[in-house]
Write a protein that binds this ligand. Structure first.
Ligand code: NAG
Ligand code: NAG
Ligand code: NAG
Length: 714
């Protein structure tokens, strides 16, 4: 409970990985203790660096048929504004009504109006001028994808204007700003609204304007895609291990201890977990677009028409439902009106965690003020702790994923003749990875966009290849492959780095250091009360010793046939609010990296399962079972302890993945895997002492310290 209360504070500070949250405001509360610089000072500082006049050749601003121009004219048209007033500015948010990290195509309003397909926030002025706020890692790519009608502003850069400042600078001290409150979080909306208010501007919730414009688009290339008609299916007991009724009972118990008699479930992975249903409404997660309201009296599911298959309706007992032991299915769009006339007395409205963003402002505002109870969703904790059936499923998913990854890695290696040709670019390699995964039984979709980065591109943690930026793969640098899969039984995500030539000493040093970071976390045993964020120094120590660090978290939770990125835990030493501890059955990632800017990158990522040890301790067990690259390992940098870990890991790959490769008839892949997992012999003690350079000194120093400590304790 205490940890949950702590999370209350987190929702104000939900910006650890700006990568993972859509920042509609530039991390105003990155640290609650430092007040943001005074508005006046920031505004004057900033505007000198921005292009002062818009270039005149922006077709989307000038053509009356472009989405941007149509939005401008709609802002001045009462038929669209639905009131007797105009808008001076309009804000376009990135996400859907559930604040999903990767919304589906028909929800990407920001992309339709601006051309930018990533996360961010757009603002369009009625009298000309438009700007797009994105995180610093995405500024370059965003500039390349929008027209000159748009300014791109780095939302992580404190010397840049935040949205209210920028708007106020353009329109002065009175004005009306429209936005769709269904598509942003409660706290983001409140921050935005209060900032604007201080400047004499009013923020007005206008849910229909953007959608109406997009729905009326005539250009076939830009027309709004249809909402997926694929029905959602049961996620069977074999995978869930628990009925939806038992889950509802558990949630009701939690709500009671939290002082709520109802809750609105807004995150799609929570809806899918709770109802034991999986859909195909999102690109990288097997989820159904729906809201759920659980109260002591009933369970109401708000889903678009025709989305629940017959077996789902039967299991959810939707027919003749008059008790609290069945579900009533309602029209998706009725959620807002139903919340307004709710009969419950305290309704839990989910707040943001570290990665997920909680309920939208429109959901929160629909609940009568006296009934609102802002707390973390209790489902987050129930969902994170995988039961026996889910763990079995995760194991199976990772086995299939290992087969796919070994297959594609061995294939790429065997066909090295293609290196340096157009057959091997960052984009074609990503396609090969995707196609190979698709061959596995139970495959549903990728769990993330597959990201391949060669050479200097690998040194940018936020790099996303585009047709213009994609490099050919050569033999003179490292290639980083980040990807993952959704299978019926579970979710995977994995990162490997390879090299198709003769790695340099620097390449090997970087790779081996990152591998040592993986080993450090994988072999750690820790007391169960230790916050997950505090594991981070152990993971990063090998990198820090080499003056290396990375800007993203080391790890985050992974769902079971749900999102590849889930709360509540995060492994990140910069995190001082999320102090959640790990529990048995949690799955997390470890993704350390070495980025040598402008030269090359090395990143490795495994999924780890938390297992219980005696006396109140926990350890990890690797769920990911894919070999590391021996060519890139400098054995002389590894301690006996690390070599033992690597040998154990490799032997688990051979004994687990080996039989499956043979079973699937993939004998060449089997030989490739056997070769990559050949055991290392431990260096003799003498050799250890002779080993030159910093590392062995460090190891010697460490053993001296250990001896000294042992002496003290004796
Ligand atoms: C709930 O419904 C199930 C199946 O219809 C039934 O077996 C169970 O006894 C019911 N429980 C309660 C408390 O009504
Ligand atoms: C690698 O080789 C390619 C092709 O020969 C060349 O264009 C590139 O500059 C090389 N990169 C490095 C880091 O040497
Ligand atoms: C096995 O790996 C070694 C080096 O790690 C390599 O020289 C050899 O060619 C590989 N053999 C096969 C069959 O792939």
């Amino acid at each position: 409970m205490q940890a949950r209360m702590l999370m209350l504070a987190v929702y104000i500070t939900a910006c650890l990985g700006a990568r993972f949250t859509t920042t509609s405001m530039p991390a105003p509360a990155a640290s609650t203790s430092t007040p943001p610089p005074s508005t006046a000072a920031r505004t004057t500082l900033v505007f000198d660096d921005l292009p002062s006049a818009m270039p005149s050749v922006c077709t989307d601003a000038n053509s009356i048929h472009s989405p941007l121009a149509r939005l401008r004219s709609a802002m001045r048209n009462k038929g669209y504004t639905q009131m007797n007033a105009f808008f001076d500015a309009f804000i376009i948010f990135f996400s859907d009504e559930h604040l999903s990290e990767e919304p589906s195509k028909e929800e990407r309003r920001l992309e339709y109006f601006s051309g930018w397909d990533g996360a961010g926030t757009g603002v369009v002025m009625g009298d000309g001028g438009a700007a797009l706020w994105v995180t610093s890692g995405e500024v370059q790519r965003a500039r390349a994808s929008v027209s000159c009608a748009w300014d791109v502003i780095d939302s992580d850069n404190l010397s840049q204007p935040i949205i209210p400042e920028w708007i106020s600078d353009k329109i002065g001290r009175t004005g009306r700003v429209g936005a769709d409150a269904r598509l942003t979080s409660v706290n983001e909306w409140q921050l935005l609204s209060s900032h604007l208010q201080q400047m004499g501007l009013t923020l007005i919730h206008t849910p229909t304007l953007l959608d109406q414009l997009w729905n009326e688009e005539l250009d076939p290339d830009r027309r709004r895609p249809d909402f997926s008609k694929i029905v959602a299916n049961l996620h069977v007991m074999e995978y869930t291990g628990m009925t939806w009724r038992d889950k509802v009972t558990k949630v009701r118990e939690e709500l009671q201890t939290m002082g709520a008699d109802a809750m609105v479930v807004t995150a799609l992975d929570e809806v899918a977990w709770l109802l034991n249903v999986r859909g195909k409404d999102l690109p990288y997660s097997p989820l159904l677009k729906a809201f759920v309201v659980i109260s002591t009296k009933e369970v109401r599911v708000y889903a678009p028409p025709g989305k629940l298959s017959m077996p789902v309706r039967e299991v959810l007992a939707v027919y003749n439902c008059f008790t609290n032991n069945c579900t009533r299915v309602q029209e998706y769009t009725n959620i807002y009106a139903d919340l307004r006339r709710a009969t419950e007395s305290k309704i839990l409205i989910p707040t943001a965690g570290t990665f997920h963003r909680g309920a939208s402002a429109a959901i929160a505002q629909s609940v009568p003020q006296a009934k609102r109870l802002y707390l973390m969703s209790p489902i987050i904790y129930l969902k994170a702790q995988k039961n026996e059936a889910e763990r079995k499923g995760m194991k199976k998913a990772h086995l299939r994923d290992a087969v796919a990854m070994c297959t594609v890695l061995s294939y790429l290696e065997q066909r090295r003749v293609n290196i340096g040709t157009n057959a091997y670019t960052e984009i074609t390699v990503a396609k090969m990875v995707d196609m190979t995964r698709e061959t596995q039984a139970g495959f549903v979709s990728a769990s993330m966009k597959t990201l391949v980065a060669f050479g200097p591109n690998g040194a940018d943690p936020y790099y996303v290849p585009t047709v213009a930026s994609a490099r050919r793969i050569f033999t003179n640098s490292t290639m980083v492959i980040r990807s993952g899969g959704q299978y019926d039984e579970g979710t995977t995500v994995i990162t490997r780095t390879v090299h198709y030539g003769r790695p340099t000493k620097d390449d090997r040093r970087a790779y081996t250091t990152v591998l040592r970071s993986i080993a450090a976390l994988s072999t750690l045993q820790w007391p169960s009360a230790l916050p997950a964020a505090h594991l981070d120094p152990v993971a990063r120590a090998p990198l820090w010793a080499a003056n290396q660090d990375y800007s993203h978290p080391t790890g985050h939770g992974v769902g079971a046939a749900l999102n590849r990125l889930e709360d509540p835990v995060v492994i990140d030493y910069r995190q001082d609010v999320n102090l959640h501890t790990l529990r048995e059955g949690y799955y997390i990632t470890t993704e350390p990296a070495w980025y040598d800017t402008g030269r090359f990158g090395v990143r490795l990522g495994n999924v780890l399962e938390v297992v219980t040890k005696p006396h109140g301790y926990f350890r990890f067990r690797e769920a990911t079972l894919v070999p590391f690259e021996p060519n890139l390992i400098d054995k002389a940098m590894l301690t006996d302890y690390e070599i033992n870990w690597l040998n154990d890991y490799n032997s688990r790959i051979r004994s687990t993945v080996g039989p499956e490769l043979k079973e699937q008839g993939l004998f060449d892949v089997f030989y490739w895997m056997s070769n990559k997992t050949a055991p290392y012999t431990l260096p003799s003690k003498q050799k250890m002492a002779l080993r030159g350079a910093g590392y062995s000194n460090q190891a010697n120093l460490l053993s001296l310290v250990t001896l000294f400590l042992a002496f003290l304790l004796a």
